[in-house]
Design a binder for this molecule. Sequence first.
Ligand code: PRP
Ligand code: URA
Length: 214
Amino acid sequence: MEHNFGANVHIMNHPLLTHKISLLRDKHTGTNEFRQLVEEIAMLMGFEALSDLPTKTVELDTPIETAEVEMLAGRKLAIVPILRAGLGMVSGLTALVPSAKIGHIGMYRDETTHQPVEYFCKLPNPIEERQIVVCDPMLATGGSAVDAIDQIKKHGGRKIKFICIIAAPEGVKRLAEAHPDVQIYVGNLDRCLNENAYICPGLGDAGDRIFGTK
Ligand code: PRP
Ligand code: URA
């Protein structure tokens, strides 16, 4: 089915990314490999999502000559995982930008209502000028992502990108409508949600698979 979510939604579908996401989906993939794959996928997605980071010209000496080269301008990135599962993506993103500050937003979905419940929020301060990258492997109903970004905006965050590995169309639509100013990067777009608000075909419970809980 074709979807038109708007210009702020980027469905990545790169074959290398999709291959790794397919390995994540396999119920036989164990915790160790799952964690490793989430880290690699986050790095690949971050590489694309951060392609517009500003650079500045600096002068340095190569072994051959003095040259003007481009380097990242400022140290202004904040990575904000939505706990717990978003934590699995942090190492992949900090591998790209080691100077990034890291905030945390704790959310869980109530098992019966599927509504997000916030239990923790600690963000780098000040946050106003930072490019913020919110990460969570799963965008299902969209409730957690919408609420997390509401919180970040209440704290003054303005330049926000959201990266998720797998999304349901319902969640993408809800997030894109609630926060049209946020650039949304999706690894693979799945078919739908089931009656328990799980993504189909999905990969199951991302937090449990990353941390080996159940
Ligand atoms: C999962 C996932 C998202 C949320 C997505 O977290 O990591 O945060 O569900 O669902 P939504 O789009 O319908 O809000 P979960 O609530 O299972 O918490 P956990 O990461 O601590 O396991
Ligand atoms: N959270 C998950 O971890 N998986 C889903 O499919 C939906 C929400």
